[in-house]
Ligand binder design. Structure first.
Ligand code: SR1
Ligand code: MG
Length: 423
């Protein structure tokens, strides 16, 4: 298959024939296509994902579709998202080695990426729903975020290179548009594709949509998201974009990558841990989840601590970009000025991440794209009760983000809300 042929979606039936001459794939899994076994495993909202196993091994073939898979061809979406995913993966590998799957081949015309089959990894969201406590995720994800966000910014990069990269990713317009609408706006009015657990949440949803402070804050955050091209973001760093074993953690699916505020990836990620925390009560049929809840709050605290420590380390050792130049601070013997500036930068990330986290929680309960943490709770009253607590938590951290000073404060709030009786 070459990039010159017109785009055609692969299928389980056609994949072996169409990729039989792909050298990278054959080198990985073996040339004998009669031995290839193909499964389609995509459970995300947008793309096709195949696992192809041959006599010599296995690989993943991911292909974008010209529309949103979750909705269908009534919602067209450009194939070029695959181009952005490929380029984001190469940058993430360079900036945080070993944190993403290895890439074997990219075909722009067919919008497909052939990459490493991660096994026995499973999606982190799935592991958390099952109540599994992964020992390394906070460390691995904290390091990934600090390294990619710092090294993709003007704190580190040569300005000319960063501006060229900024221009490249600026074309990922349609994926940004999804986030701008689905995350920041739709949850706060009666948008067409929204849904929520009804009628249980109706009153609370009406209350939130009439909440002036919340709506203004959501739009202030959207303004930061759209106008603050600080670094190359993953852009969709939730627990469904991370694959894990007990030992290993890999980040996948950066098709939403673009230059935006550092706090966005961190906030979205932490929101997904807090949502997992509030969903645990709905998963307790097979046993209490007290230890899991404690684990999840520990993960949020450790992730933020690792992020801060690594970001601070990079600030002190790799600050080679045009921002906060060493020539103004350390080179003049003024170490404290550099530390003071670091405090400001980290404080801004902290304040903004709380806002992004709050609205990420809201959009997963009020918008189009829900998450399995809550969706797998079959008892709707129980699900609504878990969701209501999460909504209340999200509202508090978004609106009060400038008055919250530590992750312990946030986790105490989560614990108090979890223990309250509501609905
Ligand atoms: C229409 S796409 C809905 C969501 O799926 C992706 O994973 C992103 O999170 C997006 O917001
Ligand atoms: Mg995805």
């Amino acid at each position: 298959m070459t990039g010159k042929l017109p785009f055609e979606a692969l299928s389980v039936e056609t994949l072996a024939t169409r990729l039989s001459t792909n050298e990278a794939l054959c080198a990985k899994i073996g040339k004998d296509t009669s031995a290839w076994k193909v499964r389609e495993v995509g459970d995300g909202n947008l793309n096709l994902v195949f696992i192809v196993e041959g006599a010599g091994g296995a690989a993943v073939v991911k292909q974008a579709l010209p529309y949103v898979r979750l909705v269908g061809d009534s919602w067209p979406l450009p194939l070029k998202r695959s181009f952005f995913e490929y380029h984001a993966l190469t940058r993430q590998e360079a900036r945080a080695p070993g944190s993403v799957p290895a890439i074997y081949h990219f075909d722009e015309g067919q919008a497909l990426i052939i990459m490493e089959y991660l096994s026995p990894h499973i999606i982190l969201r799935r592991a958390l729903i099952e109540g599994r406590q992964l020992p390394n995720i906070a460390r691995d994800i904290g390091l990934f975020m600090a390294r990619t966000l710092f090294r993709g910014s003007d704190l580190s990069m040569v300005t000319k290179d960063r501006k060229a990269d900024l221009a490249l990713f600026a074309d990922n317009v349609e994926l940004c548009d999804i986030t701008e609408n689905l995350v920041f706006s739709d949850p706060y009015f009666d948008a067409k594709m929204n849904r929520h657990t009804s009628p249980q949440l109706d009153a609370l949803v009406a209350e939130l949509r009439a909440d002036r402070d919340l709506k203004v804050e959501a739009q202030r955050l959207k303004h930061i998201f759209a106008a603050n091209a600080e670094t190359l973001l993953h852009g969709d760093l939730h627990s469904g974009s991370i694959m894990v074993t007990d030992q290993e953690t890999r980040m996948i699916d950066p098709e939403f990558a673009f230059y935006g505020p550092m706090a966005f990836d961190v906030g979205m990620l932490l929101a997904n841990f807090w949502m997992s925390f509030f969903s645990q009560r709905g998963q307790e049929q097979k046993g209490k989840r007290d230890a899991m809840r404690a684990y999840l709050l520990g993960v949020t605290a450790e992730t933020w601590a690792v992020f801060r420590a690594e970001f601070s380390h990079l600030w002190r050792t790799e600050r080679t970009g045009m921002l906060y130049q060493k020539s103004l601070f350390e080179d003049q013997g003024d170490m404290l000025a550099a530390e003071q500036a670091l405090d400001h930068v980290l404080h801004q990330i902290w304040t903004d991440l709380l806002g992004f986290a709050g609205i990420e929680v809201h959009r997963r309960i009020l918008g189009l794209a829900h998450n399995a943490d809550f969706e797998t709770i079959a008892d709707e009253d129980l699900r609504a009760s878990c969701e209501a607590k999460a909504l209340k938590f999200g509202r508090h951290i978004a609106v009060n983000r400038r008055r919250i000073h530590s992750i312990d404060e946030v986790n105490t709030l989560a614990t108090l809300i979890e223990q309250e009786n509501r609905i």
